[in-house]
Ligand binder design. Structure first.
Ligand SMILES: [Zn+2]
Length: 378
C-alpha cells in the first residue's frame, strides 16, 4: 500500500441516537426552501416524514415533498424530481430514506444545475461543477450513501446501472440517527447490512486502498461482524444498531476513496437488468467470487476471515457463508430471478459499467471467467 495519498471527503457527520431532531436547524444553514425527497413506504408509515416536516417548519424552512423514488432509482425519476425542485424554487435538498432515496436526491441536486442526459455525466462525457446543497438522513444502514458522493442510477432504456461520481454530490451534512434503523423489517435489515459489510471488504481488498481507508474499513468490518447478529436479534438494542450504523457509514466513506471491487462490479448488471435487491444480489455473488480470489490476496483475506471469526485465508469463505446462513441471506442468482439466458448480457454489461471495479479486485477476471462466475452463482 502506498503511503502517498490524497484524502478529501467534505461531509459534516452528525451521528448518534436522537440526532434526527437536528434536521431543521441543520437544513436552515443551507437554504430556506427544501425539496424533501423520500419514498412511498416506511417514512410515511412510521411518522418520520411528518416529524421531519415539523422540524423543518419550526426552523423556518419551507418544504415540498417529492415521494416518487423507487428502489434501484431510474433516471426518469431524477428528471421528475428536478422539475419539482425548480417549480418549488428549492435551494436545498433533504433526503429522508434508504440508499435509493439518498442516491436519487443526490442526482436531483446535481441535475438541477447540469442539464441533459445524466448518463453523459456518469460516463464522463460531460462534467458538472455545481449541485444544490444536500442534507442526508438515512433510514437504512447499508449503502453508506450519507458518507460519499456516489449516486447509483439505472437507465431504463439500456439497463445500465452505474454511479454518478462527482464530489459536488457529497452531502453537506448527514444526520445519522441509529434509532431510525430499528424499524427496518428483518430481511431488509439483513440485506442492507450485508451490503455495508461488502463495501468495507471490497475497499479493504481494493488495489487502490490507502491508509485512511484501511483504518476505516478494518473498523467498519469489525463493527459489522460483531453486531449484525445482535442487531437482528433485538431491534431495541441501540448499542448494536449504533455499531452497525457506524459500520455502514464507514463503508460508504471507504468506497468514495477506494471504490468497490468485483462483487459490486458483477452485482450491478444483475440488479440493473432484473431490479433485484442489491444486498441479495451481493449475497448470491460474493461467496462465489471470493472463493476464486482468496489465493490472490491471502493476507488480506486472512485478516477478514479472523474478523469474521475464522483463523485465516483457508476458512474465509466458510465464515462468510456461515454469516449469510445466520442472517437468512443464503441465496443464488436464480432464486433472485436471473436465468441462464441473462448471463451473456450481464457479462458484456459488467465489462461496460464496472471496468474500474473489476480492475481494482485482487484478481482481474477475464470475460470468460466473469461469465463462468455468473454460472456458478446461478
Ligand atoms: Zn452496495
Amino acid at each position: 500500500m502506498s503511503m502517498e495519498f490524497n484524502y478529501h471527503l467534505p461531509v459534516n457527520l452528525l451521528f448518534g441516537v436522537g440526532k434526527a431532531e437536528l434536521l431543521g436547524k441543520e437544513t436552515a444553514k443551507y437554504g430556506t426552501k427544501a425539496l424533501l425527497v423520500t419514498g412511498q413506504g416506511s417514512t410515511k408509515r412510521t411518522g418520520l416524514l411528518d416529524r421531519a416536516l415539523g422540524l423543518l417548519t419550526e426552523a423556518g424552512v419551507a418544504a415540498r415533498v417529492f415521494d416518487k423514488v423507487t428502489p434501484n432509482p431510474i433516471t426518469d425519476t431524477v428528471t421528475e424530481g428536478v422539475a419539482a425542485a425548480k417549480a418549488f424554487g428549492a435551494d436545498v435538498v433533504v433526503a429522508l430514506g434508504g440508499g435509493s432515496i439518498i442516491d436519487c436526491a443526490k442526482a436531483i441536486a446535481f441535475a438541477f444545475f447540469n442539464e441533459g442526459d445524466i448518463f453523459d455525466y456518469i460516463y464522463g462525457r460531460k462534467t458538472g461543477e455545481r449541485a444544490l446543497p444536500l442534507i442526508a438522513v438515512p433510514t437504512t444502514c447499508g449503502t453508506g450513501s450519507e458518507g460519499n458522493c456516489f449516486a447509483v442510477l439505472t437507465d431504463p432504456t439500456t439497463g445500465d446501472k452505474k454511479s454518478l461520481r462527482n464530489m459536488v454530490s457529497v452531502p453537506k451534512a448527514s444526520i445519522i440517527d441509529p434509532a431510525l434503523m430499528t424499524t427496518m423489517p428483518a430481511p431488509v435489515a439483513a440485506s442492507v447490512m450485508f451490503d455495508a459489510l461488502c463495501h468495507n471488504m471490497e475497499a479493504y481488498l481494493s488495489r487502490t486502498i490507502q491508509p485512511l481507508v484501511e483504518m476505516q474499513a478494518l473498523y467498519g468490518m469489525r463493527l459489522l461482524a460483531e453486531y449484525i447478529r445482535p442487531a437482528l436479534r433485538d431491534h431495541a438494542d441501540l448499542d448494536a444498531w449504533s455499531a452497525v450504523t457506524l459500520g455502514s457509514t464507514l463503508g460508504g466513506m471507504c468506497i468514495n476513496t477506494a471504490g468497490v471491487a468485483a462483487p459490486h462490479g458483477m452485482e450491478h448488471p444483475a440488479s440493473g437488468l432484473k431490479n433485484i435487491v442489491h444486498g441479495r444480489g451481493l449475497a448470491a455473488l460474493a461467496p462465489v467470487i471470493y472463493r476464486e480470489s482468496v489465493v490472490y490476496a491471502p493476507d488480506k483475506f486472512g485478516d477478514i476471515s479472523r474478523i469474521l471469526g475464522g483463523t485465516g485465508p483457508a476458512d474465509f469463505t466458510e465464515q462468510l457463508n456461515a454469516l449469510l446462513e445466520d442472517i437468512g441471506l443464503k441465496t443464488t442468482l436464480s432464486k433472485e430471478g436471473i436465468t441462464e439466458a441473462d448471463i451473456d448480457w450481464m457479462t458484456e454489461n459488467c465489462l461496460k459499467v464496472s471496468a474500474p471495479a473489476m480492475a481494482a479486485h485482487p484478481k482481474v477476471f477475464t470475460k470468460e471467467e466473469i461469465c463462468e462466475l455468473y454460472y456458478k452463482a446461478l
